[in-house]
Write a protein that binds this ligand. Structure first.
Ligand code: UT7
Length: 329
């Protein structure tokens, strides 16, 4: 029988500090009513000055390992999706591996914006099914508030910090990593971009003065592409799994805007109770949003009875990805 990959543990790491819409009203010309109505966000969590992506990613990884019943010796590989690594290099995954006490395992970061975690699941599926590894940790973690432009009301109200992780094994039972779809379109990369700090515009006084180290986003254009790409990605992932949309129990979408989640749910003809939404409490946590939601679903008992989930994400690149996760036989 061919090899398969299963989610056997989940975890999250959430900074304690909370930033409410009322707090934002004091920073930019906005209102709780606008943010709530246009995005669904009520508050988000935020790291303090002494906390970075590796700190919350470590917590998420520890929780995922604990829920899988794994010790450090069990982990054979660790991958991290992030656009806010601790440093440009070395990879934050290496720092996390060290703090977890993992023994010289392969560890690397990759970035696919908010689609990063689902990109990570697809990588884990490939590596495990091909026999490279039996047990991997996949983490999505971001501290977007560290690269937020607090003068741009159109974007600064959206983001929060957080981390989520899953333990993926060649041995079930668990959530089988099933049909998937992923893609990108670099022709529209300027819709969502951090201009400064890379080799194109290395950090300088000028790049700092021009706010080039913070997120620049064309929200309404990104919105349109997000709705289309997430719908198409879900349909293609279901097709690969040989499923009809009527066979989906629960949608776990990237939490960028409740209106995007709602549009994706409508495209799949899902009822409100079949859609997991936590954007009100987290905002957009980028690569962390899906694994945080998965952990809440798992720990909240929502996988009992076993369910068939679809995850879908969209983000900078532009990138998109979807995957079917089956807790059902
Ligand atoms: O994570 C993956 C990538 N990111 C996304 O998927 C984000 C996708 N985009 C969005 O979620 C939405 O486009 C936003 C929430 C960013 C914006 O919502 P929108 O309904 O597309 O608003 P808009 O940009 O069309 O702006 C409508 C109005 C404008 O005012 P006027 O020109 O109509 O007078 C904006 O200036 O809302 C104004 N506005 C605000 N007003 C109060 C924009 N931001 C704010 C704000 N508070 N924070």
């Amino acid at each position: 029988m061919s090899r398969e990959a299963f989610i056997v543990g989940t975890g999250r790491g959430i900074p304690e500090k909370i930033l409410t819409n009322a707090d934002l009203e004091k920073i930019v010309d906005t209102s709780d009513a606008w943010i709530t109505e246009r995005t669904g966000i009520k508050f988000r969590h935020m790291t303090d000055e002494s906390t970075s992506t590796s700190d919350i990613a470590l917590l998420a990884a520890q929780n995922a390992m604990e829920s899988a019943g794994w010790s450090a010796a069990d982990v054979q590989c660790i991958i991290l999706a992030t656009v806010t690594p601790d440093y440009p290099f070395p990879a934050t995954a290496c720092l996390i591996a060290d703090r977890l006490g993992l023994s010289r395992v392969p560890a690397w970061d990759f970035e696919a914006g908010c689609s990063g975690f689902v990109y990570g699941l697809i990588q884990a599926k490939a590596f495990i099914e091909a026999g490279f590894f039996d047990r991997m940790l996949v983490i999505g973690a971001d501290c977007l508030t560290k690269i937020t432009n607090w003068k741009d009301r159109a974007s600064c109200v959206l983001f929060g910090d957080g981390a989520g992780a899953v333990a993926v094994s060649s041995q079930g039972p668990g959530g089988r990593l099933g049909g998937y779809h992923w893609g990108s379109d670099g022709a529209i990369s300027d819709l969502l971009i951090q201009h400064g700090g890379g080799s194109k515009h290395p950090a300088s006084h000028e790049t700092v003065d021009a706010a080039m180290h913070t997120i620049a986003m064309n929200g309404s254009e990104t919105f349109k592409h997000a709705v289309r790409a997430m719908r198409d990605a879900c349909m293609k992932a279901l097709e690969m799994e040989g499923l009809d949309k009527s066979e989906v129990d629960l949608l776990i979408s990237h939490q960028a805007n409740w209106r995007i989640i709602d549009a994706t749910a409508r495209a799949l003809s899902l009822k409100p109770e079949q859609v997991y939404v936590n954007i009100d409490r987290y905002g957009n946590t980028s690569a962390a949003s899906i694994p945080i939601a998965l952990d809440e679903v798992a720990r909240g008992g929502l996988l009992s009875p076993p369910k068939r989930l679809v995850t879908a994400a969209f983000g900078a690149g532009l990138t998109w990805a979807a995957m079917v996760l089956s807790w059902k036989a």
